[in-house]
Design a protein around this ligand. Structure first.
Ligand code: PEP
Length: 248
């Protein structure tokens, strides 16, 4: 039986002191009955610090982005082998903030996933529609297009990928998709993956977008929601711990 996966996305938040306090609070409050995989996606400068803070805790280390290139004249970029050096287990690719604020397109996202896989890091491929796209009835077409690029480029390895459905209108807004809305999209994504891989039923599809301590259990009860990508609530230890406890 696959375990659920809960990933905290710290975004561009934290400091040496705040990171230490947060990870210590997570370790101290870890629910005895927790039965899911957990990772925290931290800003790159803190990878080494958080690598040692989570050591032997069962919390995996994740990065928030990776270069689509392996090495060379790409100032400011961080490569997958560099992430691997710091014990990074997962990396977010195609987060909507990267797509919208940094112009990342589907092809670049697919290349990033490929680089991560080649380095032995699991890419968490983020897909999701804007409010305008949802209102125009384009939700499934948009997420299918975003996922198709990754499937196309990573055909044989696609079962190694984690997918995160994150409706853009739900990220950081407090407007969560209803469990039914999220399940509908997850089922469509699962069907798309099933056409590409016999392992699709075992793949993990996360929901992200204002997941919190109050709504996590209901979302995670849906049959195709295999975990959560959690932004704001992952910065508050009690809230993140409640979500971890709900993931069973
Ligand atoms: C995210 O950043 O991936 C996210 C889901 O954020 P939030 O939980 O704050 O909506």
């Amino acid at each position: 039986m696959k375990k659920k996966l809960i990933v905290g996305n710290w975004k561009m938040n934290g400091s040496l002191a705040a990171n230490e306090a947060l990870v210590q609070a997570l370790r101290a409050g870890w629910p005895a009955a927790a039965d899911c995989d957990v990772a925290v996606a931290v800003p790159s400068p803190y990878l080494a610090q958080v690598q040692s803070l989570v050591d032997a805790s069962g919390i995996a280390l994740a990065a928030q982005d990776v270069s689509q290139h392996d090495a060379g004249a790409y100032t400011g970029e961080v490569s997958a082998p560099m992430l691997r050096d710091f014990g990074v287990r997962y990396v977010l690719v195609g987060h909507s903030e990267r797509r919208q604020l940094h112009g990342e397109g589907d092809a670049a996202v697919a290349e990033k996933a490929q680089r991560a896989l080649a380095a032995g890091i699991t890419p968490i491929v983020c897909v999701g529609e804007t409010l305008a796209e949802r209102e125009a009835g384009q939700t499934e077409a948009v997420v299918r297009r975003q996922l198709a690029a990754v499937v196309h480029r990573n055909g044989r390895c696609i079962s190694e990928v984690v997918v995160a459905y994150e409706p853009i209108w739900a990220i950081g807004t407090g407007h969560t998709a209803t469990p039914a809305q999220a399940q509908q999209v997850h089922a469509a994504l699962r069907a798309q993956l099933a056409a590409a891989s016999a392992h699709a039923p075992a793949m993990r599809l996360l929901y992200g977008g204002s997941m919190n301590a109050s709504n996590a259990a209901q979302l995670l009860a849906e049959p195709d929601i295999d975990g959560g990508l959690v932004g704001g609530a992952s910065l508050k230890a009690p809230d993140f711990l409640s979500i971890i406890a709900a993931a069973r």
